[in-house]
Design a protein around this ligand. Structure first.
Ligand code: GLN
Length: 291
């Protein structure tokens, strides 16, 4: 049941993008390798404005997109990953839900969110069950072999949760062969820990919440997970702490089928507009407070 959908509100968003052009951080047009004179700075600013104009033109070109269900942007996520996606009573809310809502609106589509295991998201995008995977998903070389990713909209950091007073005080302590490390199945934390410490010491749980429950029950000695969910889990459970050490820094982006370049282009254009007008940052700021 595929049909073409015409994106709306392009004129308005183009104007917004032009006004906010100088604030765009996604342009790569400026040459930063030479000494910068005032003139060059102005030139760079102009080039940057042009880049945003071009992006808006592209969004007009990419206005016709095809989705799995007519008129709907179907998003797959794993709603146990606060503050990016979690349940508020029956509703899935969070940073990704809000960004997806804003993107869908720009594309003239209605958003529908499907909750699934994190490890099923990429295959669901590939098989055409969902249009996009938006799940605090890190861009990796391996995933890029199976799906396309939009430009990044947020940064993630892998951190280590331990019981308060744990003998694990730094990443180096994870080398201790007696320790078991809890992770979420199919995530970058799972992949990095298996590579670095061997699969035998890594226990994968279907989501972050169950990994943290296992830690509370003493089934594992620590949990490696993304920083913002880690903060939420530690706030919600007594007796846990996050080590003051970063394991890996990553970029989050939206997974799109390799067969749907038009949707990828339309999402990137919409994302550039929502970044330029401050919407993405204000959504992030709603859920993530500076420490
Ligand atoms: N950022 C991690 C990854 O992409 C975890 C994402 C998640 O669990 N939702 O693998």
């Amino acid at each position: 049941m595929k049909k073409k959908i015409l994106s709306a509100v392009l004129c308005v968003s183009m104007a917004a993008a032009l006004l906010a052009g100088c604030g765009s951080s996604s342009s790569t047009s400026a040459d930063t390798t030479e000494e910068t004179t005032e003139e060059e700075t102005e030139e760079a600013a102009e080039e940057e404005t042009e880049a945003v104009e071009e992006a808006s033109e592209e969004s007009a070109e990419a206005a016709e997109v095809t989705t799995v269900t007519e008129g709907v942007l179907t998003m797959g996520t794993n709603a146990a990953f606060p503050p990016y996606e979690y349940y508020d009573e029956d509703e899935i809310v969070g940073i990704d839900a809000e960004i997806a809502e804003a993107l869908a609106e720009k594309l003239g589509l209605t958003l529908e969110i499907v909750d699934m295991d994190f490890s099923s998201i990429i295959t669901s995008v590939q098989s055409g069950k969902i249009d996009v995977g938006i799940a605090g998903m890190t861009v990796t070389e391996d995933r890029l072999e199976n799906v396309n990713f939009t430009d990044s909209y947020a940064t993630g950091v892998q951190v280590i949760i331990v019981p308060e007073g744990s003998e694990i005080t730094s990443v180096d302590d994870l080398s201790n062969e007696d320790l078991l490390i809890g992770v979420q199945e199919g995530t970058t934390g799972h992949i990095y820990c298996s590579d670095d410490y061997g699969e035998d010491r890594v226990i994968a749980y279907t989501n972050g919440a169950t990994a943290v429950q296992a830690l509370l029950q003493g089934k594992v000695d620590c949990v490696v997970i993304d920083q913002q969910p880690a903060i939420s889990f530690v706030e919600a459970n007594e007796g846990l702490a996050i080590l003051d050490t970063e394991y890996v820094i990553e970029e989050y982006a939206i997974a799109v089928s390799k067969d749907n370049e038009a949707l990828l282009d339309a999402l990137n254009a919409a994302l550039a507009e929502l970044t330029a007008d401050g919407t993405v940052q204000s959504i992030l700021d709603t859920y993530i407070t500076a420490e």
